[in-house]
Design a binder for this molecule. Sequence first.
Ligand code: SF4
Length: 652
Amino acid sequence: MPKKTAAAKSEEVTIDGIFGPGGLLAKRHPGYEFRASQLEMARIAEEAFAKHQHVLIEAGTGTGKTLAYLIPAIRSGRRVVVSTATKSLQEQLFQKDVPFLQKHFAPNLKAALMKGRANFLCRHKVHQMEGQPVLKGIDEIDWFAQIRDWEKLTETGDRSELTFLPDDADLWNRMDARSDLCSGQKCPEFQNCFITAMHQRAQEADLIIVNHHLFFADLAIRQDDFGSILPEYSAVVFDEAHEIEDVASDYFGRQLSSYRFEELARDTENLLRVLQIEAAPLRRHLARLRERARSFFERFPEREGRYPFGPAERNAFVDQNREAYDELAAAVKRIETELSALTPKPEEVVSVARRASEMRRELAFLIESEEKSHVYWYERRGRGIFLAATPIDVSEILRERLFEQFDTVVLTSATLAVAGRFDYLKQRLGVLPAAESVLPQEFDYPTQAILYIPRALPDVRNPSFGASAAAEITRLLEISQGRAFCLFTSNAQMRDLHERVSRLVKFPLLLQGTAPRSVLLDRFRTTPHAVLFATASFWQGVDVPGAQLSCVIVDRLPFAVPSDPVVAARVRVLQEDGRNPFAEYQVPEAVLALKQGFGRLIRSKTDRGVLAILDNRIQRMQYGKIFIESLPAYATTQDLAEVARFMAQPEK
Ligand code: SF4
């Protein structure tokens, strides 16, 4: 069992003595402001750790929820894993909050940051690549020299330290520490390996900070007795817990993309070059593998998007393309055989042969499996085809693997409850009996934000909607002087309205897809009066405090696309159970998405602005009430003049 932490609870100081008015936080944190909901959250979290119970806490933006779970976690004396939605949130916790806690509360606190292996450098590969003709072009030669120098200095080997290396640099793929080519304890660098060091730090840590992807990657392999990534721990905190169903679905499902075949061929060729193995027949078979993979995957329809690929579709597909499928499976098998026949056979070669064997089994599962618990689909995205099998319902899996295995799971986010209740999330995630709390909002929403629902717009499904919505967006942008996010539920709608609005306003317009996400966000922050047109990926995890973001416009209620194979399968299963999928799944899902999207606007007590929803079903339809009841208590209007008056008020 995990050891007792060095940061165990001090008997003299109560949680109120830390978070309360005039408490330790106020004394030690310049500019700290007492927040009643933060104190309440810290009390609830402390009780959950003490009583070994699960808890769901909805805590709005501005609550200060990070300290409200971190301090109780370290006072619990247990080894706690904290899982966040993104790597940047992880780094924020590790680089900002942990040092603060070590300085003021728990000098002996040991914390470890864990990320997926592809984030770290493989020392063995660097040494193998030295002096080998494996670099392509001037850029790679320059980057390689810098990485080699950095490898001698860095303590972590974490790619995030390499600010000069572009996100899409292919060089990194050939140098990272993915398990595919790792020989583990047989590697001469094992003792110095950055992955070994990361695991050692985690073994000694009281607090382990991971992201949801790593957490569920670990949970999924624990079930198969393939060992584990994380050391033993006794409790988990999920921040941004509304995201875990999607991430868990990915890790408990199976996926295989066309890129994986290219990667297998590329990694094998690199390996042969680095190990200076001739193996002419194997090289010929690698060329054949590429050819067979291309031939197989080009048989999928050209249209972009996700489509069902269940037994009926797969059987029809295989009937027409039996030869291409068999040839691909045989080509992978051949690589496996050729690799296994090499002598001598270094550990890296065994590892690639194992990978070929896993890919062959994955391909067979994705094309032939009849398991009814999964929904099968494919997606064409750019040049890639992704085959996948996703569990239709992860609640059973999570109940068994997570909630029954660990007695304390803290789930928190600004968006967990629907109309004040947690029923939806509990049912989707299989949460066992848990304490529950929706904390009061810290912001004064009625004076900080006005929700505008235009009276006269046509229904979103009406062909005249685009022109009317463009006019409405234009009027809103004039009032807010740009400084707006226009968030859409589909790419087509985003592009259409961007095109229309660009003819009507003079503000600088930014469009998702024209530059990487981080570049667009930087431009938005630094360009006066900018307006960003974006879809799903900007609905969450984006933080633009201050007047630069003064308006958030949402085109329609964000219902998941009903034809999406995963959504359709989940709807069907609920129907078959005699339940009402619209009320129990589609509406709550959309409510949480809308709360997230609108949550972009008010990020601090001084932020003000307008929220607009151009979809009048929120007022016309019975279910609209659930959306309204779930949102914070914004001032609400249907009158644009009132929006203008609100925005003209001087800041308080
Ligand atoms: S142990 Fe694996 S990841 Fe680490 S240096 Fe060796 S091959 Fe690379």
